[in-house]
Design a protein around this ligand. Structure first.
Ligand SMILES: [Zn+2]
Length: 276
């Protein structure tokens, strides 16, 4: 969900389809909304001189979009050889089955229910397609099945909904858990500090060129919100809905249902840590 705050390293202007790094091309899905920002970013990844491409998050079940992804690959002289999912939310995964049918590819995801084909994804393991290397980074918290993909050759990480290109994301309680999410942000921070990752290729919104700044902003934002929720409870706001109306008064009301899930995750975290 968005707090309309500028993020470190965020370029101006709208998200457009096209190349973002040497190996990553965005094909923007036509599903904009308050929750999905400009729409879902479907990422087409490939080594520059390879005929094979990997697609991350085919997006919604929108035939024209899925065909546009395939056309984009073909225009670049490439064939889609594998489909990956950052997580199972429909704006990322709903089109995966049809996309797999159109491309004849397997779909790999953390959640076995989302896979097509025999292979899943294992944390820390590398995926190699036509010389392109991706490392699977577990980043639960937005959902339990959320993954990020580290693209070392471009010093980039694909974050799905764990970090967005604008505003902040939600912790989708009860599947998503705040403790997991904070651990995931720290894992992403270590990618920026220890592994030289500079660029965030998010599931929605613009590319971020200051990955470490973005992670630090997200950690600081979560700490601020958590303190606000703790104070609200101390001030007598009891239900999640009451806390949302108080703490998220600055956020567009269309996002309050999502905010309520995040508040439930925060209340759970505060209770588990004996803070309320
Ligand atoms: Zn999501």
């Amino acid at each position: 969900m968005t707090d309309a705050a500028a993020l470190p390293g965020q370029p101006r202007g709208a998200v457009v389809s096209g190349p973002a790094t040497d190996r990553a091309v965005n094909v923007l899905a036509p599903n904009p909304s308050a929750m999905t920002l400009d729409g879902t970013n479907t990422w087409l990844l490939s080594e520059p001189d390879s005929p094979l491409a990997v697609v991350v998050d085919p997006g919604p079940l929108d035939e024209a979009h899925l065909r546009r992804v395939i056309d984009t690959a073909e225009r670049l002289g490439k064939r889609v050889a594998l489909t990956l999912l950052t997580h199972g939310h429909p704006d990322h995964a709903e089109g995966a089955g049809r996309f797999a049918e159109l491309t004849g590819t397997a779909v790999r995801a953390l959640d076995p229910a989302l896979r097509l084909g025999d292979e899943g994804l294992t944390a820390g393991r590398a995926i190699e397609v036509g010389g392109l290397e991706l490392r699977v980074v577990p980043t639960p918290g937005h959902t339990a099945d959320s993954l990020s993909f580290h693209l070392p050759a471009d010093r980039a990480v694909l974050t799905g909904d764990t970090i967005l290109g604008r505003g902040t994301t939600m912790v989708a309680h009860p599947d998503g858990r705040l403790g997991d999410y904070l651990d995931s942000l720290r894992r992403l921070r270590s990618l920026t500090v220890d592994d030289g990752v500079r660029t965030v290729l998010p599931g929605h919104g613009p590319v971020l060129e200051d990955a470490q700044g973005a992670v630090e902003y997200y950690l600081a934002h979560r700490a601020t919100r958590l303190a606000q929720v703790e104070t609200a409870v101390e001030d007598g706001y009891r239900t999640a809905a009451d806390v949302v109306a108080h703490v998220y008064a600055d956020v567009d009301r269309s996002l309050w249902p999502a905010a309520e899930l995040s508040v439930r995750a925060q209340l759970e975290y505060l209770t588990e840590h004996g803070l309320i």
